[in-house]
Design a protein around this ligand. Structure first.
Ligand SMILES: Nc1ncnc2c1ncn2[C@@H]1O[C@H](COP(=O)(O)OP(=O)(O)OP(=O)(O)O)[C@@H](O)[C@H]1O
Length: 365
């Protein structure tokens, strides 16, 4: 196991700057997910850690030692890719044994290790088969076993399950979590799937445009996103955004939009003072409810209720702004009904109105 530290890390491919100078630390045994949209620099970051790409600027340390010039195979870092190409002509046993044979390990030790990992990964019945007979989930597990058999101190997974069907993904996700809980590998998991990142990781590193937007435990990313990009990228159904005006009324700040005014909780006073007269407000669908359930109550008109098995999605219009909220299946307001809509005061968020654009502009500069 190992700790990892990146300082001022930059990756350039010719004139393309893929990673813009990022700093992060990953503790020994920690499970970190790198989350972000396509092209944000996730894979470049991971490949620099693995030693598969050179570092353009900055440093990567593993266990306190700068590894910029250490070859990939000498870093004791294993990497598993989405494309889990197994060698088709040899058995599963030989596929798993392959990296050990290449390293010149003796046959007894190879046998012990292959059988040990096969047992842990529920692969024993498959050892004699050729890859063509496997399901994609099984092949994926063999790919992971092959990466793990070397007993790496860091385990990197790049979108390892994105091509699997939903059921297989759930199984593999559980399996990967279990692997981490049992063996405490330092794990870095690259994904563009926010649900996966939040479900698996101890901390999530959210990237956009080659920069880290936020690195924090899943609960914090969800409840206290640092900017509108993180707020909008994480969470399903997506967060509700609405532009509003802020004003000071005596000792308290108020928020006004679509002809309705709310008194902001004390918690948001400093933020409101910092933002001034305009803000982008946001609230997650899980933190809205129908009924007068707290101090922040709006009046809205029900647009539609989507009844799902375990929850209802209710869309409520407040003037021109359409809010989505997640409600108990018993909550089934009628279309057109005028309802009180309560925002959970602990979970109302305020950002600058040009927040998401500003991130892009900074990078273009
Ligand atoms: N070998 C390369 N040569 C030139 N440009 C590259 C190369 N690899 C990546 N890039 C560019 O660098 C940027 C970041 O790519 P990277 O693969 O790191 O992002 P990503 O977040 O992992 O995306 P994805 O989820 O699509 O793999 C993109 O603009 C990409 O086109």
């Amino acid at each position: 196991m190992a700790s990892i530290k990146a300082t001022g890390l930059v990756k350039r491919y010719g004139t393309v700057k893929a990673v813009h100078g990022i700093d992060f630390e990953i503790a020994d045994g920690e499970f970190v997910a790198i989350l972000g949209p396509s092209g944000c620099g996730k894979s470049s970051t991971m490949r620099m850690i693995a030693g598969l790409e050179t570092v353009s600027e900055g440093t990567i340390e593993i266990d306190g030692k700068v590894v910029n010039d250490v070859r990939a195979r000498d870093r004791n870092v294993a990497m598993s890719f989405e494309s889990y190409a197994l060698y088709p002509t040899i058995s599963i046993y030989e596929n798993i044994a392959f990296p050990l044979r290449s390293a010149g390990m003796n046959a007894d030790e190879i046998d012990r290790r292959v059988r040990d990992i096969a047992e842990k990964m529920e692969l024993v019945p498959l050892l004699g088969l050729k890859p063509q007979g496997l399901s994609s989930g099984q092949a994926q597990r063999v790919g992971l076993a092959r990466a793990l058999v070397r007993k790496p101190s860091v385990f990197l997974l790049d979108e390892p399950i994105s091509h699997l069907d939903t059921r297989q993904r759930y199984r593999m996700r559980r399996f990967i979590k279990q692997l981490h809980q049992q063996y405490h590998y330092t794990m870095i998991y690259v994904t563009h799937d926010q649900e996966e990142a939040l479900a698996l990781a101890d901390r999530v590193m959210v990237m956009s445009n080659g920069l880290i937007q936020q690195m924090a435990p899943p609960d914090e990313i969800y409840a206290r996103p640092v900017n509108a990009f993180v707020a909008g990228f994480v969470g399903e159904p997506p967060i509700n955004f609405f532009d509003c005006r802020l004003a000071r009324d005596g000792g308290r700040w108020t928020l006004a939009f679509e002809g309705q005014t709310l008194t902001l909780p004390e918690r948001l006073s400093d933020k409101a003072a910092q933002l001034g007269s305009e803000a982008l407000a946001a609230v997650r669908p899980h933190f809205l409810s129908i009924g007068a359930n707290g101090p922040l109550v709006l009046e809205g008109k029900v647009f539609v209720t989507e009844e799902l098995q375990d929850q209802n999605l209710v869309m409520v219009d407040v003037g021109k702004v359409r809010f989505t909220l997640v409600a108990h299946p018993s909550v089934r307001p009628r279309r057109g009904e005028v309802v009180p809509l309560t925002i959970d005061a602990d979970h109302l968020l305020l950002f600058p109105q040009d927040n998401s654009r500003r991130i892009d502009d900074d990078l273009a500069a």
